[in-house]
Every structure is written in structure tokens, then in C-alpha cells.
Design a protein around this ligand. Structure first.
Ligand SMILES: Cc1cc2nc3c(=O)[nH]c(=O)nc-3n(C[C@H](O)[C@H](O)[C@H](O)COP(=O)(O)OP(=O)(O)OC[C@H]3O[C@@H](n4cnc5c(N)ncnc54)[C@H](O)[C@@H]3O)c2cc1C
Length: 440
């Protein structure tokens, strides 16, 4: 009996802990932080909950036991994420970004780097440790992020440069990043460490010219400006960062010339977690409106659930929530089997569940009727949270779909690999599809 979707006793207990944390620690601060107009203040308001999450192992638990983590599987991380996201997906994003920043070091870093940086992240007695994931770039021409794997030289693709100063054994960083999460830290003086994707070779394209660098807090030449004021996910921090002759020692570099693979794999690891995060929000909207439909009569003589239109719409939302949850679990299971090599399936879970969520919230609002617009109800917040999903964590159109396409286009691709749980190792040749636009 290999297929078994039931949770173990330990997983049920983990879910209970995550539920208690979400309801008792996180929920009381969400409404006020979400309404706070200053995005940095809103982020700072989440700190007490973050410290509690750190103590429970939710902030760093996915890091390997060998370096002080708990080797929490992608599946178990999902169980926690669904509960947190049913209360606030922005807060959960702060936890996810720690993984986006530090898991690449686990996959691509040296033994010494892992011991030092992952060891520090997992052993902070204050529980305030934050790691930032710094990839995305400011809009402009050229600018943006989606075409990081474009074959063109600088300034196409990733624009922040890191030039090697051989005499000093240091890299000198210059340029602007826009959107990276956690990077500014609790005081806008920097996260404890930031993993930054930079252009180490200006003459080469995105598949050869990118590398990852660890930029610790307190490094001169980095400025964290006022974070971005967003429509949704207001509890997490998105930064605007300027590098001005910022010097980084060469021992802080990893994945030299393979920054593209770091981007592709990190956004694969996070994909199924983003998928289940969408399930968490959809579940919250559906359960709220189901309860409404069973009690509200809309001036009739019976609750609106007895109207077929309402029943069908709720049934539709419910069945798709189940489908999204099991696809996310499947993708997580596959990633756990192959050390997070599951680029197509990870992206599928993220795209499928993330795009459904918006529709789910819209249908729930239609069921509820005009009262869904009243801010005394949580639907307007769910709608603001929902629109983030297709756009963040590597945008669905510019990045995640291209990854699925790249894997499928490979001559050796086996379309039955997922059902048979066979490995598909991601290759550079799977990147770069669709980055060179055709102009008539
Ligand atoms: C809450 C939140 C948290 C985030 N956290 C982080 C973080 O921790 N670190 C980080 O670095 N970033 C972070 N981001 C940014 C996020 O990862 C974005 O997904 C990423 O910047 C890419 O956005 P984009 O795809 O819209 O890129 P853009 O480059 O701005 O592209 C814009 C659009 O152009 C189109 N497009 C461009 N190129 C192509 C193409 N080749 N093929 C098809 N369509 C194309 C697509 O429609 C695409 O959406 C975060 C964003 C949010 C909202």
C-alpha cells in the first residue's frame, strides 16, 4: 500500500502545534499589522511571533540536522505552512525566505561555509535570526528579473555586478535590487546574512555569468531603503537595496558561474510550499463562507446553502482545494526524494494552486454577496493576499511556467516520470527558453 495520504501521529501533532501558534500567537497581531501604513513598522510588529516561530523550529527547521537544523521535510514544512497561511500568508513568507536564502548554501556551498553560516542561523539564542534572499531587480530598461537566464551579456539579465579585485581577494558589488525579502532585517540595517545573486562576469550570459554571495549584516557599501508598500502580504518585508562599492571576501562566494541553477532550484524548493500556502488561504475563505451560507438567509426563509447556485459554487471550491493540497503534497514528496530536484513538479504545484486561489476567493465572494465587500469580514484581505500568489516566488508567467516548459522540452523527458517517482535531474539546457523575444 504505497499511496497513503493520511498523516502520521507525529504530523498530526505538528499540525496541532502549528494551529495553536497561528491562533494564539500570530492571529492577535495580524489585523493591526496588516492595517499599519508603514511597511517596515508592520514587519517589526511581527517580531514577537517570529521569535516564537523560531523557537518552535518553524523558521529554520528545514535546515539539515548536521548543521543544527531539524532536517524537516518539505512535506512537514507544508503541514506547518498551511496552518500559518490560513491566518496570514505574509508572515509565512518571512519563514519561507529564510529557506530560499539558506537552502542554496546547503546544496551548493562548501563544508566550511555550511558550518559557519547555517550553524549561525540555527543557533541564535535570541530567535531573531533572519536570512534574506536577494535576486529580484528594479524595473527599468533593461531591468526586472524574469530573464535572469538570458544569453545576453550585462546589462541584460541580472544587473548587479560583482567585479573581482584580485589583489585583495574581494568582490566589489554595485547596483540595485528591488523586492528581495527579509534583507533589511528588523531595523533596516540588514538581515543577519543575505544570499545575493550577482553578475560575476559581465561578458557572459545568465547561464555562465552569475554567482551567489553571502553578504553579512554590517557590511559597508549596502543601503536598505524604505521597504515596498504592497497590496497584499503586508506582514513580510520587501526591500529596495543599493550596493555601492560593497566589498565581499571571496570565501563568501558559492555556486560560482552557477547562480542561474541556484535561482532555479531555490524557487523549486519553495514552489510546493507556496502551493500549500495558497491552499491555506483558500481554505480560510471557503470555511468562512460555508459557515455564512449555512446561517444567512438573504431575506429568504432558509439559509442560502439550499440554493443550488450556492451549493455548486462551494462544491467547486471545495473540490479544487483538495486537488491543490494533494498536488502540493505530491510535489513535496517528490522533492524530498530527490534533494529538491523536481523543478517541473515543484513549479506545477505553485502555479496550479496559486492561480486557483484568486478564483476561489472570487467565488466565495460571489456566494457571500455584497457583504463580502464589508471590511468587517475577511474576504477583502483574502483577495489582496490571493493576487500575490501568481506574481511572487518567481512569477508564474515569466519564470515558473518557463521552468516546466524547459524540463518538458528536454529530448530525454519522460512524461510518466512523476507518476513513477523517477528522478529528473535539472540541467542548464532546460533554462533560457523563451527569453529571447521575437519582434515582428
Ligand atoms: C511577497 C513577495 C515576496 C518576495 N520575496 C522575494 C525574495 O525573497 N527575493 C527576491 O529576490 N524576490 C522576491 N520577490 C519578487 C518575486 O520573486 C518575483 O516573482 C520576481 O521578482 C520575478 O517577478 P516577475 O516574473 O514579475 O519578473 P519581471 O522581470 O518583472 O517580469 C514581468 C512580467 O513580464 C513577463 N515576462 C518577462 N519575461 C518573460 C519571458 N521570458 N517569458 C514570458 N513572460 C515574460 C511576465 O508576464 C512577467 O510576470 C517577492 C515578491 C513578493 C510580492
Amino acid at each position: 500500500m504505497a499511496i497513503d495520504f493520511s498523516l502520521t501521529w507525529e504530523q498530526k501533532s505538528l499540525r496541532k502545534t502549528a494551529q495553536e501558534f497561528s491562533q494564539d500567537v500570530l492571529k492577535p497581531l495580524v489585523a493591526k499589522a496588516d492595517a499599519e501604513p508603514d511597511p517596515q513598522k508592520a514587519f517589526e510588529m511581527t517580531k514577537p511571533a517570529y521569535v516564537e516561530a523560531y523557537k518552535l523550529g518553524f523558521a529554520m527547521g528545514f535546515l539539515p540536522e548536521a548543521y543544527g537544523g531539524a532536517s524537516v521535510s518539505n512535506i512537514d514544512f507544508q503541514i506547518v505552512a498551511e496552518e500559518i497561511c490560513a491566518v496570514d500568508p505574509g508572515f509565512a513568507t518571512t519563514l519561507l525566505i529564510n529557506g530560499l536564502a539558506l537552502m542554496p548554501l546547503v546544496w551548493f556551498g562548501s563544508e566550511e561555509q555550511k558550518k559557519k553560516w547555517v550553524g549561525e542561523a540555527t543557533s541564535d539564542p535570541t530567535g531573531e535570526y533572519l536570512a534574506g534572499w536577494v535576486v529580484s531587480e528594479a524595473p527599468g530598461a533593461p531591468g526586472g528579473t524574469a530573464n535572469f537566464d538570458h544569453p545576453g551579456p550585462h546589462p541584460i539579465g541580472i544587473g548587479v555586478t560583482a567585479e573581482y579585485d584580485k589583489g585583495k581577494g574581494e568582490y566589489v558589488l554595485n547596483g540595485t535590487k528591488y523586492w528581495p525579502g527579509n534583507a533589511g532585517g528588523w531595523d533596516l540595517k540588514g538581515a543577519n546574512v543575505n544570499t545575493v545573486i550577482v553578475r560575476t562576469d559581465k561578458k557572459k550570459g545568465g547561464k555562465e555569468g552569475l554567482s551567489a554571495m553571502l553578504v553579512p549584516r554590517g557590511t559597508p557599501g549596502v543601503r536598505y531603503k524604505q521597504p515596498i508598500d504592497k497590496l497584499g502580504h503586508r506582514l513580510c518585508q520587501n526591500n529596495w537595496i543599493e550596493f555601492d562599492n560593497c566589498r565581499i571576501p571571496e570565501e563568501n562566494v558559492f555556486a560560482a558561474g552557477n547562480g542561474d541553477l541556484v535561482i532555479s532550484k531555490a524557487f523549486t524548493w519553495s514552489g510546493p510550499v507556496a502551493g500549500i500556502a495558497a491552499v491555506g488561504v483558500a481554505r480560510a475563505a471557503y470555511e468562512y463562507v460555508l459557515d455564512w451560507a449555512k446561517t444567512y438567509t438573504a431575506g429568504g426563509d432558509k439559509p442560502i446553502i439550499y440554493h443550488q447556485n450556492v451549493g455548486y459554487m462551494l462544491a467547486d471550491v471545495a473540490m479544487r482545494i483538495e486537488a491543490c493540497r494533494y498536488l502540493s503534497w505530491k510535489a513535496a514528496h517528490y522533492l524530498d526524494m530527490y534533494d529538491s530536484e523536481g523543478h517541473a513538479l515543484g513549479a506545477m504545484a505553485k502555479v496550479f494552486a496559486g492561480e486557483f486561489l484568486f478564483e476561489a476567493v472570487f467565488k466565495c465572494m460571489q456566494v457571500m454577496g455584497v457583504n463580502a465587500l464589508d471590511k468587517v469580514h475577511p474576504l477583502e484581505k483574502y483577495l489582496r493576499e490571493a493576487i500575490v500568489f501568481p506574481l511572487y516566488d518567481a512569477g508564474n508567467k515569466g519564470m515558473q511556467m518557463r521552468k516546466i516548459w524547459g524540463v518538458m522540452a528536454d529530448p530525454d523527458f519522460n512524461p510518466r516520470a512523476f507518476v513513477d517517482c523517477e528522478p529528473i535531474i535539472f540541467k542548464k539546457s532546460m533554462e533560457g527558453l523563451g527569453v529571447v523575444a521575437t519582434v515582428a
